[in-house]
Every structure is written in structure tokens, then in C-alpha cells.
Ligand binder design. Structure first.
Ligand code: 5GP
Ligand code: MN
Length: 341
């Protein structure tokens, strides 16, 4: 529960603001889009002018989320978005803990000295903000947005649209209420969202069963041909090269969930997806239990994230990236096992 003094201050800041901008992290996922759309719709209900700006495009499978028409991607309409950021009198940072994750937006946002509020659930928040709402024991930024609205305004004005957007991030950040979702509080929130009229089955259908045939064949190909299993360090690596992406007409979002699949193999505790980009590779890491894969991402790939889900980037080839992992993962696992003793 946010304390009374902070509630009053934030309420006043919101009351005194009119042009509000909400910013997400690069490659916005279900939680980034869900949380910004939910809060955006709520602020609109309060009579504010709201713009949600993502550093790059959101994947197509999120294009139905209520509030998505408030979202603009910085990969287009840059001049207009620069103006919007410049003119904002309040900026929210959602679903990211460091400004670096804002990509090209970072320097523009920094230039505006207006009030900034961060709502996020990643460990070690470090950003220049006036109010930082950070909890790492919560499923998602969406759940935090629900709590933020509840503590400050109560839940009466959470419409079924807002509830739907909130549920999107709770669902996607937990793999459908699978991992990181053992806190009973989450289900109290979900119960309230259901009572607001969300259609849970329909949301699930839209999130998980709207992929293209190409995407399913791509996943099949990757598992059959591109998965390296390193039994000695309980790990699997999947490489998604540019040529394979081209072959299967890869679209933004097509690799969603792919990194989780190797966890279905008995004994695989770490799974890594390496996606080849124009001039770099993007890595997705998943781990089981207490293996802090965010530390590995941070140490070798300038990345970070949560204990069990992290990411990073590097300007290396696919082959060299695999070599870096093969070279350093055994020591990392030994270090982890030593610490566990
Ligand atoms: P994903 O694999 O779904 O892209 O990312 C999983 C998690 O890792 C995200 O929720 C985010 O916390 C973190 N993450 C992904 N990419 C990066 C990155 O480049 N830098 C940092 N610091 N964290 C990342
Ligand atoms: Mn999140």
C-alpha cells in the first residue's frame, strides 16, 4: 500500500498535469503495452490528454489491446513525437527500471524536466524520476498499475477495458499464471478484474492462438534444426539466424514464447534464444528456480532483467555468441552451485 503522504503528492501532480506521456521499454511486450494502455485509459477518464510512446513497434498480436489507439511508435512520426515529449507536463516510465531501455527516446525524455513517475517490477531501479514505484515480488507492471490506481483512486473507475489491459500483462509476464505467480494477492487482483467483466478465455485466445502458419513452422524448424543442448550445464540454446527469419517471413513477435520451449526437456534449467539482427544479436534468457540468469546477461551481454527472465545484446556474430556462452556458462553454473551450498 502506498503511504498517505505519497498518495496525496501523486494525486496533486496528476491533478495539475494535462499533457501526460507514458513511455515503455524497447520491444514492448504484453506487460509494457498492457500497463501503459491500462494507465493511459484511466488517465483519459480523468480528463487528461494522454499519449503512449513506445521506442519501437509493438508486435501485431497485441494490436487488439484496449487503449492501443493511444500508442505511437517512435520508429515513425518522430518529429511529432519529439514535440509531444517536449510538451508533456508529466511522464510515466512503465515496465523498465533504467532509462537505457528507452532506446532513442532516452535523450529526448531526459531533456524535459517535468515530473516523472516510474512504475516497474524489475530489480535495482535506477532512473532519474520523482516517484519510483518498484516492487520485484509482483507478477507484472500491470499488477502494479492496478495497485497504483487502487491505492490512489479506488477501483470503481476500472472499466472492463482497463481491466482487460491489466490482465494482459499479468497473464503474459507469468506465462499464463505459471511462473512468478504464487502470491495470493495476484489472484485477489485477477478476481476483481473478472468481476469487472474481462473475458479471460477470449484474452487467452487472442494472446496465444493467433499466430501465422509461418510462425508455427519456424518454431518447428528451430526446435528440429537449430537447438543446441548442453547437458553438462543443463542448458539449451536456439539460434534464429537472419536467413531463417527470411525463409519463414519472420514478423515482429513471431519468436514470442520460443525461448520457453526447451524448458520442457527434463533437466534443462537454462534456455537461451539468440536472434540475429542487422548489426547485432539480441538474446533472451530463461532459467528455473534460483539460477540468476539476469547476472549472466549482465556480465556477458550488457543486459539484465529478472532472476528467471532476462535479455541482452551484443555486436557479435551468431557463431561467436554461441562460443561466448559455451565458454562462460560452465563457470557461471559452478559459481551458482557453490553459492547455493
Ligand atoms: P525477453 O526475453 O522477453 O525479451 O525479455 C525478458 C526480460 O529481460 C524482460 O522482461 C526484461 O526485463 C529483460 N530484458 C530484455 N532485454 C533486455 C536488455 O537488453 N537489457 C536489460 N537490462 N534487460 C532486458
Ligand atoms: Mn514486465
Amino acid at each position: 500500500m502506498i503511504n498517505k503522504e505519497v498518495i496525496d503528492k501523486v494525486k496533486k501532480v496528476v491533478e495539475d498535469s494535462n499533457k501526460i506521456v507514458l513511455i515503455t521499454h524497447m520491444s514492448p511486450d504484453g506487460d509494457a503495452i498492457g500497463s501503459s494502455c491500462a494507465l493511459g485509459l484511466f488517465l483519459k477518464k480523468l480528463g487528461k490528454t494522454v499519449n503512449i510512446i513506445t521506442p519501437d513497434d509493438h508486435p501485431e498480436y497485441l494490436s487488439w489491446v484496449p487503449g492501443i489507439d493511444l500508442v505511437s511508435s517512435y520508429s515513425s512520426k518522430r518529429l511529432r513525437l519529439n514535440e509531444l515529449i517536449k510538451a508533456a507536463d508529466l511522464i510515466f516510465f512503465l515496465d523498465h527500471n533504467v532509462e537505457l531501455r528507452q532506446g532513442f527516446l532516452e535523450p529526448i525524455v531526459k531533456k524535459n524536466s517535468c515530473t516523472k513517475i516510474m512504475i516497474d517490477h524489475h530489480p535495482f531501479p535506477k532512473a532519474n524520476v520523482d516517484f519510483c514505484f518498484s516492487r520485484t515480488d509482483v507478477t507484472s507492471t500491470c499488477e502494479m498499475v492496478y495497485n497504483f490506481i487502487k491505492d490512489i483512486y479506488g477501483t470503481n473507475d476500472i472499466s472492463s477495458d482497463i481491466a482487460t489491459s491489466i490482465y494482459v500483462g499479468i497473464n503474459t509476464d507469468t506465462g499464463g499464471l505459471n511462473y512468478n505467480s504464487s502470491n495470493p494477492e495476484t489472484y485477489v487482483v485477477v478476481a476483481d478484474l473478472l468481476s469487472k467483466g474481462i473475458n479471460k478465455m477470449d484474452i487467452h485466445e487472442r494472446l496465444y492462438n493467433t499466430f501465422s502458419e509461418n510462425r508455427l513452422r519456424l518454431v518447428g524448424y528451430c526446435l528440429h534444426e537449430e537447438m543446441i543442448v548442453l547437458n553438462e550445464c543443463s542448458s539449451a540454446i536456439i539460434c534464429l539466424s537472419k536467413s531463417i527469419q527470411d525463409k519463414y517471413n519472420f514478423q515482429n513477435g513471431d519468436s514470442e514464447g520460443l525461448v520457453n520451449i526447451p524448458h520442457q526437456i527434463k533437466g534443462i534449467d537454462i534456455s537461451i534464444l539468440i536472434t540475429e539482427k542487422e548489426d547485432r544479436v539480441k538474446l533472451s534468457f530463461r532459467s528455473k528456480g534460483s539460477i540468476p540468469i539476469n547476472k549472466f546477461a549482465e556480465r556477458f551481454f550488457d543486459g539484465g532483467g529478472h532472476t528467471n527472465a532476462a535479455g541482452g545484446m551484443k555486436k557479435t556474430s551468431l557463431e561467436d555468441t554461441v562460443e561466448i556462452i559455451k565458454k562462460n556458462l560452465p563457470d557461471f553454473m559452478n559459481e551458482y552451485k557453490m553459492n547455493e551450498k
